[in-house]
Design a protein around this ligand. Structure first.
Ligand code: AMO
Length: 431
């Protein structure tokens, strides 16, 4: 239906016959001349219809509503008065799919539509180039991640999403009916990526859906999110994991600056490549800093304290920072303990918000079982997982990062739902 996207047309192509197709962004019919501002994936192009030149086509224009899909064939004309100095004088035009009026929402950005309205009519919301840019950037971010992991000898794997046991606590499990058995939607690939460490694949990563029955209605929780996980074996300590992670973040930021600079510009986002190494601060140090600000921190950081820590770190010039050596009681059973109180786990935070958590895993069978029991878990429920630790399991570690939170924070989006095409939360199952 088209020979060119709008952005491929230049004033230097004056006199050339071309075909374009897209949505009618705007139409203006004056006495002897009419204009359609046509929108496609790449931008906008003006179709100009002088009554004297286009004949019957001029009357056809009365049928055209905003957002109707049309295709037009015509001659390119350089014209300084037209946007980008170029217009097309159509010889023919087809109305391909007429749009009903009124539209379900205004997506021009002139009126601030509520997020709820936008998500209800997401197909239309996504016609706004600023909204579309978020998803081009998200796509590029994942390409950047895959390139980095590939360069570092990881293989991409896919683990089951219908599972018999949860890895991240019972409170956020979604039960599903699985024939005659009880099953759950997977909260994370944790158990499977660890089992893979007992195979020849000692470096794996996965980018896939993760499900959490999050009851809290916040701007950073989804009930279905995309988790980027990796796991690596034969590590000396969790420092190996953090070091790879920070290199990955820098590489992804460079990838974005190289590949989606137009989209970043459109959103007004300037991404400075972060400096290596990222700051490391232990949980106890972070707690001391917060207590000096009269904040009462228990054994873990809540949203408020994460935010306050973000402000303290920003003053010291750190956007990205690791919080390390959390208290073992508040960390999952699969994390290795360091002493009676602390364990080898970390969070990666960006400007006061957690992007990722990870650590070194407990690879010694007896210690692992002991830790499970300490957390009131029944080792019998984890038989397939525990078996992999009985026949040669190297030391290993890894991390999980929420893709939507990463996109949200990098692009300064007020709500994590803006980073998902069709978000799922406690109140939203459609569309
Ligand atoms: P955790 O439970 O901390 O760790 O999750 C890892 C990262 O996933 C993202 N995330 C979410 N994003 C949106 N909505 C949610 N409801 C949600 N829950 C989590 C966050 C978080 O940092 N197995 C471990 C990781 C590991 O140790 O490898 C895990 O799942 O960005």
């Amino acid at each position: 239906m088209r020979t060119h996207y709008s952005a491929q047309l230049e004033p230097t192509m004056d006199g050339k016959l071309v075909k374009v197709a897209g949505w009618v962004n705007d139409i203006r019919i004056l006495g002897k001349i009419a204009f359609i501002n046509l929108r496609d994936r790449e931008g906008y192009i003006q179709l100009t219809f002088p009554k004297s030149k286009v004949g019957e086509l001029f009357d056809e224009l009365k049928k055209v509503t905003k957002e109707t899909v049309v295709s037009a064939e015509g001659i390119v004309k350089a014209n300084k008065e037209a946007p980008r100095g170029i217009e097309i004088i159509p010889q023919s035009m087809k109305i391909i799919s007429k749009a009903k009026a009124p539209l379900p929402m205004d997506f021009s950005g002139k009126i601030n539509s509520e997020l709820e309205t936008r998500l209800n009519a997401r197909f239309m919301d996504l016609r706004n180039p600023r909204v579309a840019a978020v998803f081009s950037i998200r796509d590029s971010l994942l390409t950047g991640v895959r390139e980095f992991m590939d360069d570092n000898d990881f293989i991409e794997v896919h683990t089951p999403k219908i599972v018999a046991t949860g890895a991240e606590g019972g409170a956020t499990l979604f039960p599903v009916k699985y024939f005659n058995e009880k099953a759950y939607l997977s909260q994370s690939p944790q158990l499977f990526k660890q089992v893979l460490m007992a195979t020849n694949f000692d470096r794996v990563y996965e980018i896939g859906p993760a499900f959490r029955a999050e009851k809290s209605d916040t701007t950073r929780h989804l009930s279905e999110f995309t988790s980027f996980d990796f796991e690596m074996a034969f590590i000396d300590s969790m420092e190996d994991v953090m070091s790879l992670m920070e290199q990955m973040i820098v590489s992804v930021v460079e990838h974005l600056n190289k590949n989606v600079s137009d989209e970043l510009d459109l959103l007004g986002i300037l991404l400075d490549p972060p400096k290596l190494p990222f700051k490391r601060i232990t949980f106890d140090e972070a707690r001391n800093l917060l207590e000096r600000k009269s904040m009462d921190v228990g054994e873990d950081l809540d949203t408020e304290s994460e935010k306050a820590l973000g402000e303290i770190m920003a003053k010291r010039g750190y956007d990205f920072y690791f919080i390390t050596e959390f208290h073992s009681d508040v960390r999952p059973f699969y994390i290795m303990e360091r002493d009676d109180v602390h364990c080898h786990s970390f969070d990666l935070d960006y400007r006061g918000s957690e992007l990722s958590s990870g650590g070194q895993r407990e690879h010694r069978y007896e210690h692992l079982v002991r830790r499970m029991k300490k957390q009131n878990l029944n080792p019998k429920d984890f038989e397939f997982y525990l078996n992999a630790f009985k026949y040669g399991m190297p030391p290993h570690g890894g991390m999980g990062l929420g893709v939507e939170r990463f996109v949200q924070k990098l692009l300064n989006l007020p709500n994590v739902r803006e980073a998902v095409l069709f978000p799922r939360d406690r109140y939203r199952l459609v569309p």
